[in-house]
Design a protein around this ligand. Structure first.
Ligand SMILES: Cc1ncc(COP(=O)(O)O)c(C=O)c1O
Length: 446
């Protein structure tokens, strides 16, 4: 019996298992930006695992650090104690986050980081005497995680529907989807209505009921990339209306846009910065919620104040994932990885612009090494393909056959390779992708 026949015992994320088991995808080796399946087929990983393996697979520096940590301290009681590696990691994260963001809660996943920020925002307002501020405002189309709170603020209805009703008090607003503006306006004449409307939403909900706004800088679904001023306007409204801002950098954090964090790229300082994936670079389950001192100070007090953050997870801040994250951050610094992303991201984007020669390419979006393409049946009118035609999925399938892994859905694809990708590898990635798009264009163009 082959290992493929045993796959039925595993539940894979967001996957119909019966179909998956007919031809399971099983990897067993990886190196640099390449991953190999159990049949020996090697792929260029154009999505860094799932935007996580930023410093590449089989990175000796990170492996050595984790190995060493295994022999010194692999775990400690997370209640009433911490460890030297977690403290060092929290210090480094405080140094690389925007000014004033220097209190760190170490966790295990992106969902946990978001969940923690949501809970801390509610507790914060209770502590400062505004207990009615409990609601969260986020965007349709967004994904913040699979746990109950994170799922409830997410805006992907098909992932929520089986579990509804979600958390009460979650309000959604339209995304900054310029290519298909939800208000039928054009940038810049729109004055970024999709951001300024937040003020009216908060007023309509009642400012005394809203705790926080939660947003990703670039939405992975459809690679929705807002105008540069969008997040600044959101932050301004949050400050004016006494609403906390939680920025979800689970994908954009750790160099993906050419800066350590997208907050730097978009020039904002939120109240909470949530990070995961690229933090350990795929070498441990690690995430963090970093809190601005204007919020954190409400939780600093004597035992009788009873104002500590009542939250935690067994493996949060464990020495192994902390060691992985620390070594990963050191590696990123030593190799100037974010700076390299700017260069290779620019190079890839310039190449992507040539794809407009194919009529099915409607819009090219993204920043740094996070780029996406939306396909259309008619570029003039932006008419999408009908749901039964899936150019994104066909391109993804062809790319896989040709040895390139990318993220895709019905009408879009996204590329986000390990940040260590070289100039030549960017060219190779592009060449494979272009040949796939050319083939699909030939069949589907109208
Ligand atoms: C933007 C964003 N936030 C949060 C999450 C949840 O992270 P995790 O899957 O580690 O819980 C994801 C996962 O893909 C994500 O893309």
């Amino acid at each position: 019996m082959s290992i493929k026949d045993e796959t039925k015992h595993v539940l894979i994320d967001f996957t119909q298992m019966k179909k998956f088991c007919e031809d399971p995808v099983i990897y067993d080796e990886a190196e640099s930006i390449y991953i190999t399946d159990i049949d020996g087929k090697r792929y260029m990983d154009g999505m860094a695992g799932i935007f996580a393996v930023n410093s590449g697979y089989n990175n000796p520096k990170i492996i050595e650090a984790v190995e060493k940590q295994l022999h010194t301290l692999s775990f400690q009681n997370p209640m009433g104690a911490t460890n030297n590696v977690a403290i060092e990691l929290a210090k480094v994260l405080s140094e690389i986050c925007p000014p004033g963001m220097n209190t760190v809660k170490l966790l295990n996943s992106g969902s946990e980081a978001i969940e923690s920020a949501m809970k801390m925002a509610r507790q914060y307002y209770k502590l400062i005497g505004k207990p009615g501020k409990i609601k969260f405002i986020s965007r349709y189309g967004s994904w913040h995680g699979a746990t109950f709170g994170a799922m409830s603020i997410s805006g992907i209805s098909e992932n929520k529907e089986p579990f509804e009703p979600g958390l009460p008090g979650c309000v959604h607003m339209m995304p900054p989807y310029c290519y298909r503006c939800p208000y039928d306006l054009n940038y810049p004449e729109c004055n970024i209505l999709c951001a300024s409307i937040l003020k009216k939403i908060i007023q309509s909900e009642g400012p005394d009921t809203v705790a926080a706004v939660v947003m990703t800088p670039i939405e992975i679904r459809n690679v929705i990339t807002p105008p540069r001023e969008y997040l600044q306007l959101i932050q301004k409204i949050c400050t004016e209306m006494d609403v906390l801002l939680i920025i979800d950098e689970v994908i954009t954090g750790f160099g993906r846009l050419g800066r350590m964090f997208a907050c730097e790229f978009y020039d904002i300082i939120p109240d909470f910065l949530c990070m995961a994936k690229g933090m350990t670079g795929g070498y441990g389950a690690g995430s963090a919620m970093v809190v601005h001192e204007r919020v954190a100070k409400a939780f600093w007090g004597d035992p009788e104040d009873d104002n500590f953050f009542k939250h935690g997870h067994t493996y949060g801040g464990n020495p192994l994932s902390s060691a992985a994250a620390l070594a990963n951050l050191e590696y990123m610094k030593e190799t100037s990885l974010p700076e390299k992303v700017s260069i290779q991201g620019q190079h890839l984007k310039e190449k992507f612009m040539n794809l407009y020669t194919y009529s099915i390419v409607g819009d090219i979006r993204g920043e740094g090494l996070l780029l996406g393409i939306e396909f259309v049946a008619d570029r003039e009118t932006r008419r999408p393909f009908p749901p039964e035609v899936s150019p994104g999925l066909i391109v993804q399938k062809k790319a896989k056959e040709k040895g390139l892994l990318i993220r895709a859905a019905q009408n879009w694809i996204a590329v986000g390779p390990p940040l260590i990708i070289s100039h030549e590898e960017v060219d190779k990635l592009y060449a494979i992708l272009e040949s796939c798009i050319a083939e699909v264009d030939q069949v589907l163009r109208t």
